[in-house]
Write a protein that binds this ligand. Structure first.
Ligand code: NAP
Length: 307
């Protein structure tokens, strides 16, 4: 019987790891399918306090992992495949093995959303990508498309211009959702163009097994345009990683976990922190803050069990 199991290894999970380890609770942390979480797919993080010159996302996460480990968090690079919180016990399965814990902190984050085209699926990793940081390097000297109008799309568009000759931002509306500072940067970058009111109708060429171009549709006029590009990057937001918690924890229509009091879920002893429960702020620093809150809530809950 563990004191604390932490599900996920983004800023929320690792911060919960640091705090529960320092509270001498010997946390067991399952890192999940994307160790380090979404920040491992970004480049410069310029808004995490404490790094006046910025820090690379993967480096920040590596530091958080080391910090949690230094205080005794047990970090396992496996994925929780099933949970059962139904009979008063908190049970978690990893590779078919069952673990029991007095508390569970869910910090499983969110994952990239896809457009939903068959060609997108078939060409994923063959020119279609959801991670500019991971894959941008492979597109040196090519023209690229990035889909989306939020901060992610513009940040990645800027990043991709380090490699690409031109990046076209394909956005379904005529105004951007991204913050003003990101918009200004993108508008100033002469390698970035915008295809407004446009969606991707098809990505080519599935038969060839690589991206050679895309058909864009103007949603206002219906006009179709062929674009010759070497890669399509999708940056249209994220979906919370909560499939294993369906029928176990309360969630909203989209799947974000609902907390009742502070970080507590509807199940006593189960806490939620970070993007898995927060679709509003979605920042590394807010996720880390919530990881800290969940750790303190778990610690106080354990104290209350001891009476
Ligand atoms: P987001 O803000 O939700 O933006 C998603 C974009 O994709 C929107 O422009 C949306 O269009 C578009 N979209 C959604 N579904 C689509 C579909 N099926 N087809 C075509 N387009 C679609 O997501 P995000 O950009 O990933 O940002 C998430 C959060 O992280 C935000 O709070 C953001 O500020 C933050 N963030 C911050 C930074 C930074 O500060 N450096 C960097 C990255 C992200 P509509 O606009 O029409 O809805």
């Amino acid at each position: 019987m563990r004191n604390v199991i932490i599900v996920g290894s983004g800023p929320a999970g690792y911060t919960a790891g640091v705090y529960t380890a320092r509270a001498n609770l010997q946390p067991l942390l399952f890192a999940g399918p994307e160790p380090g979480g979404q920040l491992t797919t970004t480049t410069d993080v310029e808004n995490f306090p404490g790094f006046s010159d910025g820090i690379m996302g993967p480096e920040l996460m590596e530091q958080m992992r080391k910090q949690a480990k230094r205080f005794g968090a047990e970090i396992v690079f496996d994925t929780v495949e099933k949970v059962d919180f139904s009979d008063g016990k908190l049970r978690v399965w990893v590779n078919g093995e069952e673990f029991q814990s007095k508390t569970v902190i869910v910090s499983s984050g969110a994952s990239a959303k896809l457009i939903g085209l068959e060609s997108e699926k078939k060409l994923m990793g063959r020119g279609v990508s959801t991670c500019a940081t991971c894959d941008g390097y492979f597109f040196r000297g090519q023209e690229l498309i990035i889909v989306g109008g939020g901060d992610s799309a513009l940040e990645e568009a800027n990043f991709l211009t380090r490699f690409a000759t031109k990046v076209t931002v394909v956005h379904r509306r005529d105004s951007l959702r991204a913050s003003k500072i990101m918009q200004e940067r993108a508008f100033k970058n002469d390698k970035i163009e915008f295809a407004w009111d446009s969606v991707i109708k098809e990505i080519h060429d599935v038969e060839e097994g690589r991206v050679t171009g895309a058909t864009l549709e103007n949603v206002k006029t219906g006009e179709l345009t062929e674009k010759s590009v070497g890669g399509v990057f999708v940056a249209i937001g994220h979906k919370p990683n909560t499939d294993i918690f369906v029928n176990q924890l309360d969630m909203d229509d989209v799947g974000y976990l609902i907390t009742r009091e502070r970080t507590m879920t509807n199940v006593p002893g189960v806490f939620a922190a970070g993007d898995v429960t927060d679709h509003y702020y979605r920042q590394a620093i807010t996720a880390a803050g919530m990881g800290c809150q969940a750790a303190i809530d778990a610690e106080r809950y354990l104290e209350s069990l001891e009476g």
